[in-house]
Structures are given as C-alpha cells and as structure tokens.
Design a protein around this ligand. Sequence first.
Ligand SMILES: [Cu+2]
Length: 121
Amino acid sequence: MRFSLWRLVVARPSVVALVMLALSAALATPVLLSAAPGKSVQVNIAKFAYGPNDVTVTPGTTVVWTNQDETPHTVTSKDKSFASKGLDTGDKFEHTFSAEGDFTYICTIHPYMNGTVHVRK
Ligand SMILES: [Cu+2]
C-alpha cells in the first residue's frame, strides 16, 4: 500500500508532463496551419449545388470542395485544368489556383451543377 502510493506520487509528474506535451501538440497544430502561406476557401457540395457556387480568391488560394450529399459528385473544370474523381459523401477535393482568371467547373455526373472560381490579385 505504502509502496503503490509512493509510486503514484512519483509517477504523477511524468503523467502531467505527458498530458501537457499532448496538449501543446494539439494546440500547436492549428497555429502551424494558420501560419501556412496559402489561404483556403471552403465550398460545400449539397443538394446538388456548389455553395457558394461563385467565389473570388487571390492567387495562391486553395479551394476545398466537400461533398455533403449522399450522391457522388465531381468538380471538373471546363478547361480541364483540374478534375476530381467521383466524390463520395464526406470526400474532399482541393485545387490551388496560382494564375489569375475565371475557372468554371461542373459536375460531370450532373452537368447542370456548375460553379466559378474567380482568381484576382
Ligand atoms: Cu453531381
């Protein structure tokens, strides 16, 4: 009994240190992400539409599409500069836009779905 209590007290500082290490690692991750040079913009795919379906970003921005529908969709640019595979529910596709321009895209499975990314300095 005395021995196990002593062990617990001795063990505690290392447990505290481990918890603090884990906490600082968890806290450091978002800081590192926000310090990354490129910005990102989220576009949801829901109810057979891109939302928002028209975004304006600066060069170097990464656009991240997430399919929230139960149906597969794609993100396929008309000029073929980017194309996702069929995205299942929860799947993401991202593309970083480096050049200025207007990039229209559709879902190849439902071609009436469309969106545009405007890249402007
Ligand atoms: Cu679709």
